[in-house]
Ligand binder design. Structure first.
Ligand code: HEC
Ligand code: HEC
Ligand code: HEC
Ligand code: HEC
Length: 238
């Protein structure tokens, strides 16, 4: 953490010895955390994820991304489906056939990563869910779909189809979706897959990764999902 902060502060200066970095971190002014529980830049673990708890409690089932397309691929709704097809998540299953995947598989005693539970559990949506939680037409032939981040969508689809019949379509103005109908993810949810059990794990900076996948409604001015406040953020001029 210190490193990131220091290099941000130093910007283009070509001062990069570890000694200098830790020294500069030590002399930068520190904010006293207002609340010890939310102090500093602690990461949110899956055990503490509200999103994962909401998903566990939901009575909906997984229906698959094709069911989201009719509404969420309209221009007026931000073309989320098309955006998703350009994410690495979309091709996460296909990528298990890549040279890298085959090599990683070999290193872990696995012949065909694209058929192995040990890889599919994070590269496919709802893989570890009980079968009755997946719609009979839910196909396991796609990568990390919408419902990996938003939870099972059957009740949302039903509710929105009904609302649309009543003329409420959410494309000309923002509407409030009732809590529990569908989930917005948090850091702990991402870390359920982005963790050291992954053989190609790279450090997961929630704030940075979030920016790569965010897809706001065209009418929304401010994102609703944020990384936890860091004490060093308090200094920056956001
Ligand atoms: C019949 C149309 C329709 C379908 C089908 C549909 N949605 Fe939605 N959804 C909406 C509308 C309208 C909104 C409110 C506008 C918005 O936030 O984009 C919404 C909002 C959302 C939100 C934001 C929730 C919030 O708390 O603000 C998520 C996440 C979402 N949908 C995911 C999905 C997923 C995943 C699927 C497929 C499983 C899906 N939707 C299918 C119409 C639909
Ligand atoms: C179901 C497991 C799963 C969940 C949940 C998940 N991811 Fe991923 N993510 C993956 C996999 C697998 C890949 C790699 C796909 C590939 O390259 O084959 C990936 C790749 C990515 C990438 C692309 C790599 C890069 O940095 O360009 C980003 C960004 C990312 N995830 C962000 C997120 C964020 C943010 C969340 C939470 C909102 C999240 N992911 C939740 C499994 C998941
Ligand atoms: C705990 C969840 C998890 C498991 C289990 C898992 N992966 Fe992944 N995998 C990920 C995530 C998350 C990423 C995205 C990496 C990143 O950007 O941090 C990823 C990325 C990849 C990539 C892309 C590499 C890259 O550098 O972008 C390959 C290839 C891959 N995984 C293969 C495998 C294979 C093979 C297995 C089984 C032996 C496996 N994964 C098991 C979560 C997992
Ligand atoms: C890797 C995780 C991930 C995947 C996959 C994903 N989303 Fe999201 N989605 C998010 C996050 C994070 C947000 C919250 C954005 C914010 O407000 O900061 C979000 C927000 C949304 C919203 C609300 C937008 C708004 O501003 O009202 C909708 C609608 C939505 N997603 C639909 C979808 C659909 C449909 C798919 C699949 C085609 C999908 N998402 C795939 C992570 C994901």
């Amino acid at each position: 953490m210190k490193k990131t902060r220091s290099s941000l502060f130093l910007g283009g200066l070509a001062l990069s010895t570890a000694a200098f970095l830790s020294l500069s971190a030590a002399i930068l002014p520190r904010q006293e955390p207002a609340d010890a529980n939310t102090a500093k830049s602690e990461i949110m673990r899956p055990e503490d994820s509200k999103a994962l708890k909401a998903i566990a409690a939901s009575k909906a089932i997984y229906v698959g991304a094709s069911k989201c397309k009719s509404c969420h691929n309209k221009d007026s709704m931000g073309k989320v489906y098309d955006k998703w097809t350009k994410m690495k998540h979309y091709s996460a299953l296909e990528n298990l056939k890549s040279e890298d995947a085959i090599r990683l598989g070999k290193e872990n005693g696995i012949d065909k990563p694209w058929e192995a539970d040990a890889c599919l559990k994070c590269h496919i949506t709802a893989y570890t869910e009980p079968a009755e939680r997946r719609h009979k037409r839910f196909k396991m032939d796609k990568g990390v779909q919408c419902e990996s981040c938003h939870g099972p969508g059957s009740l949302h689809v039903k509710a929105r189809l009904k609302a649309a019949k009543e003329g409420i379509k959410g494309d000309k103005e923002l509407i409030q979706i009732p809590e529990g109908e569908i989930v917005l993810p948090d850091e702990g949810l991402c870390r359920n897959c982005h963790n050291e059990e992954s053989p190609s794990y790279k450090e997961f900076d929630f704030g940075e990764r979030l920016e790569k996948i965010r897809h706001l409604h065209p009418l929304r001015k401010e994102p609703r999902v944020h990384p936890p406040k860091k004490d060093d953020d308090a200094q920056s001029s956001e």
